[in-house]
Design a protein around this ligand. Structure first.
Ligand SMILES: [Zn+2]
Length: 374
């Protein structure tokens, strides 16, 4: 319980007891009596003992505390008798609360009263210095806490959240498969954007809020979003066998996959493309098969550009035009990429198309020496 909760609890109690007709000497209960009731209920000697046990708060309670300490440090005393001072202080607090209650002053109005009093007593300069020191003491230490974890970001990327830059050069998120219909407002930092995307993902029920605190659940959800029905290597069949052999207690397929990946070296040790544990032949996070495939795709792209820009008429004669080509062919251990090209002869329109070979050398991501042979 903090001071605000104490206050609302006392207010509720007072409202209820007043409604039930409880009065003292014909007068309805005041909030201060309600404070005493809450204190008794909580097992404290009186409300001051209860208040002393409450956590520090900002707002009016802090202001009152600062003022009291400030006044005390300024030597503001009513009497030199410590007991009399305490009693007078207690009476003063009661009086102050009763006044606040009667006039229904809110925090703002109470602060105005306090400031007025402090100024009237000529204590404002001292109070200002005191408050300044107290604020420095209580100033929160800036902590650079990440709003979202790397694992959360991996999940968000897997389900399609991406960071874009607005026309004001500020980051925001978009759901890539939603044609920009689902998008956030602008934020100041990328971290805030991911935090907002996470809230959005939870709201859309892409993920249970609890996954935030469960790395295995989060990883399982990320895997499912990435692979869809089944992982490329750790199959549902293998999982079923592991369950049957009681090698696993994990009842969720994707949690089992996540655990398999972790026990076999983590994501870095698996092909990012097909999911198999990495061998020595691949590169860039891909296995050797996927590396060869992507090299072949790249080679075909380069050969296609060379084919489309090649001047067949210069090589064969202006009466020849290209009609079509067959698929690209590779020779293992050779940079040559070639295909069969069908050409028509304008001088012999009745004859069937003739065949030539188009070849280009692809070395280190560059295509060179395009040529045709018969
Ligand atoms: Zn692979």
């Amino acid at each position: 319980m903090n001071a605000t909760q104490l206050k609302s609890r006392a207010a509720r109690l007072r409202a209820r007891l007043t409604a039930m007709g409880f009065t003292k000497a014909g007068t309805p209960m005041v909030i201060d009596q309600a404070f005493e009731l809450v204190a008794a209920e909580e097992g404290y000697r009186n409300q001051h003992a209860l208040r002393a046990s409450l956590p520090k708060e900002t707002g009016i309670d802090a202001a009152v505390a600062i003022f009291a300490r400030g006044a005390a440090s300024a030597g503001y005393r009513m009497s030199s008798d410590p007991l009399a001072v305490d009693q007078a202080e207690d009476a003063g607090v009661l009086q102050w609360h009763a006044a606040c209650n009667r006039a229904a002053w809110n925090d703002e109005a109470q602060i105005l009263q306090l400031e007025g009093f402090i100024a009237q007593k000529g204590l404002m300069s001292e109070f200002g210095a005191y408050a300044h020191a107290a604020a420095l003491e209580e100033a929160p230490v800036p902590v650079t806490k990440r709003l979202v974890t790397e694992e959360q970001i991996a999940f968000l990327r897997a389900v399609g959240y991406e960071i874009c830059e607005s026309e004001y050069k500020l980051p925001y998120w978009e759901l890539e498969w939603d044609q920009g219909d689902a998008a956030s407002e602008d934020f100041n930092t990328i971290d805030e954007v991911w935090a907002d995307a996470w809230r959005d993902a939870v709201r859309r029920q892409f993920i249970a809020p609890a996954a935030e605190h469960s790395p295995i659940m989060l990883q399982a959800a990320t895997l499912e979003a990435t692979w869809g029905d089944e992982h490329g290597y750790y199959s549902r069949e293998d999982w079923g066998q592991a369950l049957a052999l009681r090698n696993t207690k994990l009842g969720l397929y994707w949690e089992w996959v996540a655990q398999c990946i972790e026990t076999n070296g983590g994501n870095e040790a698996h092909c990012e493309n097909c999911g198999v544990p990495l061998d020595d032949g691949g590169c860039d996070g891909k296995c050797s098969i996927c590396t060869n495939q992507s090299n072949a795709v790249q080679a075909a792209d380069l050969a296609q550009v060379a084919y489309e820009t090649f001047d067949f008429q210069a090589a064969l004669g202006s009466n020849f035009t290209v009609a079509a080509r067959n698929g690209w062919e590779y020779t293992s251990g050779s940079p040559q990429v070639s295909c069969t090209v069908f050409v028509e002869n304008a001088e012999a329109p009745a004859e069937p198309t003739s065949k030539v070979r188009f070849t280009v050398d692809v070395i280190g991501g560059v295509a060179s020496n395009p040529r045709v042979t018969s």
